[in-house]
Ligand binder design. Structure first.
Ligand code: NOJ
Ligand code: MG
Length: 530
C-alpha cells in the first residue's frame, strides 16, 4: 500500500519489480564528475540519467557516497546517514532520486554493516576509552597472545592481506577483516542493529528503492574467535565456513531477518546481499522469505569462457535459489574484479566473448547486474604503479595490484582524456589515451558498437516480457557449445565457445553477439533465436 507520505509518487507500485530487473552498478567515483575535481559525484550521475534511460536499465546501485576518509574508497563509512562533500550533499541525493524516478529508474544504495571507518564516532570513542568499556564492546577489542600480549589474539588474516588485527597504544588489539581503517562491528552489541535500523529508515524515508548489503556473509563472528585454517586465506574465493570461521556464521541470519523486517515496512523495496559463500545450500539460506530478497551470485565471474563451465555455473545458481522461489542473479563484472573483457582474453577477442556472454546473461531468468562501462566494452586498465590506490596494493607489500584497473573513470566523449568525464584537468585514476573509440558519444552513433548492441539486447529483453518463463531447458549441442530455452518463453539462446563454427539450432535469429556465418554459429559468439 502506498503511504501518503511516500516521496516516490511517480513510480508505479509493482511491488516485485526487482524479480527480473536489470540493475546498473554506478561506481560513483568513476561515473561522471560535475564539479571538476576529477572524482565522480551524485550530480554527475544525475546529469547522465538520460543516458541510462536510453541504455534501458531499470535500477541503479550506487556505491558508497557517505562521509568517509576513503581508505577503501567509501567502504570505510564514518557516518552512514550523510553524503561526503566529495560526492555532494543530501540535497544532491534527493535531487538524484527524484529525477531518476522521473526517468523510471529506481535507485538502490550500499549498506556497510560489517564494519565502520576508524573515524566513525563510535570507534573514536572506543579508542579514548579503557579496555572492557562499553565503547570498546561495539567492536572486537581483545588482549593479544604471548606473555606480553605482543601477538595478535588469533591467526585471522585480512582480506586485503596481512593480519586482521591492529594494536592500539594501550596494548589491546582490534579486529578488521578488511583494512585497519575498517574495524569490524560487534553485532551482539544492541547499539549495532539499532543503528542499522535507523540507517535503513533514513534512506527508505528519502525514497530509495533498495539496498545492496556489503559483505552480507560477514557480520557475525563465532564466540571465542577460534583460529582459521591458514589454507582458507586465499583471496578472491567463495568462503567455506567449515574451514574459515571468519565468514558465513549462522548468527548472521539474524541480521538479515532484521534488515528484511525494516525493508518490508516499505512496500516495493528490496535488498540484495553480497554473499561470497561456497556451498549452494549455505548460499540459499541468505535468500529465505524472511531474509534478503536477492543474493549476488558470483559464479559467472569465476567461470572461464567455456560452455561447460558456464552451464555448470548457471545450473548451480538456479539450483541454489529457485527451490526457494527466489530469482537468481547474474553478474559478469563489478568494482572488485578484473573486467570480463580482459578475463576473456582482452583485445577484440575479449570484446567478442564479452558480447556473447552478455546475451547469455540477459537471456537467463532472474536479475542482471551490469557494471558501469561494461556496456562500452571497457577492458581492465594496466595502471602504472604510481597511480595505484587500492588498499590491496598497499597492504600486500605491492605484490597484488588490486582493483583500481576496473575502476578507471568512464569515457563519455572527445578524443583525449578526460573524455568528458570531468571539466577539470585530471581524473582520480588516469584514463588510457586510446579510449576515443570507446566513448559513449562515438558508440551511440555506431550501430555496430558494444553500446548499440547492449541497447538492442536490453530493448528485446523488455519487449519479450523479460523473456518470460522461470525454468531453463537445455538442448543437446555440439562440444564446446550450449543452447537453452526458457520454458514458457519462445526464445532460445545458443553459445559457441568451441574453436570453430557449428550448426545453428532451428529458428529465426533475433540478435547475435557478432557477425554470423550463413547458417552457422561462429566461435566466440552467442545468438538469440525465436
Ligand atoms: C566488498 C566491496 O565490494 C569492496 O569493494 C570492499 O572493499 C569490501 N566489501 C569491504 O567493504
Ligand atoms: Mg566531483
Amino acid at each position: 500500500m502506498r503511504r501518503s507520505s511516500d516521496p516516490r509518487p511517480e513510480i508505479a507500485d509493482e511491488s516485485a519489480w526487482w524479480r527480473d530487473a536489470v540493475f546498473y552498478q554506478v561506481y560513483v567515483r568513476s561515473f561522471a564528475d560535475s564539479d571538476s575535481d576529477g572524482v565522480g559525484d551524485l550530480d554527475g550521475v544525475r546529469s547522465r540519467l538520460g543516458y541510462l534511460e536510453l541504455l534501458g536499465v531499470d535500477a541503479l546501485w550506487l556505491t558508497p557516497f557517505y562521509p568517509s576518509p576513503m581508505a577503501d574508497h567509501g567502504y570505510d563509512v564514518a557516518d552512514p546517514r550523510d553524503v561526503d562533500p566529495l560526492f555532494g550533499d543530501l540535497a544532491a541525493f534527493d535531487r538524484l532520486v527524484a529525477q531518476a524516478h522521473e526517468h523510471d529508474i529506481r535507485v538502490t544504495v550500499d549498506l556497510v554493516p560489517n564494519h565502520t571507518s576508524d573515524r566513525h564516532e563510535w570507534f573514536r570513542a572506543a579508542l579514548r576509552s579503557a579496555p572492557g568499556s562499553h565503547e570498546r564492546e561495539r567492536y572486537f577489542f581483545r588482549d593479544g597472545r604471548g606473555h606480553a600480549g605482543e601477538q595478535p589474539p588469533n591467526n585471522w588474516t585480512s582480506v586485503f592481506g596481512g593480519p586482521a588485527w591492529t594494536r592500539v597504544p594501550d596494548g589491546q588489539w582490534y579486529l578488521h577483516l578488511f583494512a585497519p581503517e575498517q574495524p569490524d562491528l560487534n553485532w551482539e552489541h544492541p547499539d549495532v542493529p539499532a543503528d542499522l535500523a535507523r540507517t535503513l529508515r533514513f534512506w527508505l524515508d528519502r525514497g530509495v528503492d533498495g539496498f545492496r548489503v556489503d559483505v552480507a556473509h560477514g557480520m557475525a563472528k563465532p564466540r571465542g574467535l577460534p583460529d582459521m585454517d591458514p589454507r582458507a586465506a586465499v583471496p578472491g574465493v567463495l568462503h567455506d565456513n567449515a574451514v574459515d570461521p571468519r565468514f558465513d556464521n549462522d548468527a548472521v541470519h539474524e541480521v538479515h531477518r532484521m534488515i528484511r523486517k525494516v525493508v518490508d515496512e516499505y512496500p516495493g523495496r528490496m535488498a540484495i546481499g553480497e554473499v561470497w559463500v561456497k556451498e549452494d545450500e549455505r548460499f540459499a539460506r541468505y535468500v529465505r522469505p524472511d531474509e534478503l530478497h536477492l543474493g549476488f551470485n558470483f559464479r559467472l565471474v569465476q567461470a572461464p569462457f567455456d560452455a561447460d563451465a558456464v552451464r555448470a555455473a548457471v545450473e548451480h545458481s538456479l539450483a541454489a535459489v529457485q527451490p526457494h522461489g527466489t530469482p537468481p542473479t547474474w553478474t559478469l563484472s563489478n568494482h572488485d574484479v578484473t573486467r570480463h573483457v580482459t578475463r576473456y582474453g582482452g583485445g577484440s577477442l575479449g570484446v567478442r566473448r564479452a558480447r556473447a556472454m552478455a546475451l547469455v546473461q540477459l537471456a537467463l531468468p532472474g536479475v542482471v547486474y551490469l557494471y558501469n562501462g561494461e556496456e562500452l566494452g571497457l577492458p581492465n586498465v594496466e595502471l602504472p604503479d604510481w597511480a595505484l590506490q587500492d588498499p590491496t596494493w598497499l597492504r600486500s607489500g605491492r605484490t597484488e595490484r588490486g582493483r583500481d584497473g576496473c575502476r578507471v573513470p568512464l569515457p563519455w566523449e572527445g578524443d583525449a582524456p578526460p573524455f568528458g568525464f570531468t571539466a577539470g584537468a585530471g581524473t582520480w585514476l588516469p584514463q588510457p589515451g586510446d579510449w576515443a573509440g570507446l566513448t559513449v558519444e562515438s558508440q551511440l552513433e555506431d550501430p555496430g558498437s558494444v553500446l548499440s548492441f547492449y541497447r538492442q539486447a536490453l530493448e528485446l529483453r523488455r519487449s519479450h516480457g523479460a523473456i518470460s518463463g522461470d525454468e531453463v531447458e537445455w538442448y543437446g549441442a555440439p562440444a564446446g557449445c550450449f543452447a537453452f530455452r526458457r520454458k514458457g518463453g519462445g526464445l532460445i539462446c545458443a553459445l559457441n565457445t568451441s574453436g570453430g563454427p557449428v550448426p545453428l539450432p532451428p529458428g529465426e535469429v533475433l540478435l547475435s553477439s557478432g557477425p554470423m556465418d550463413d547458417n552457422r554459429l561462429p566461435p566466440d559468439t552467442a545468438v538469440w533465436l525465436v
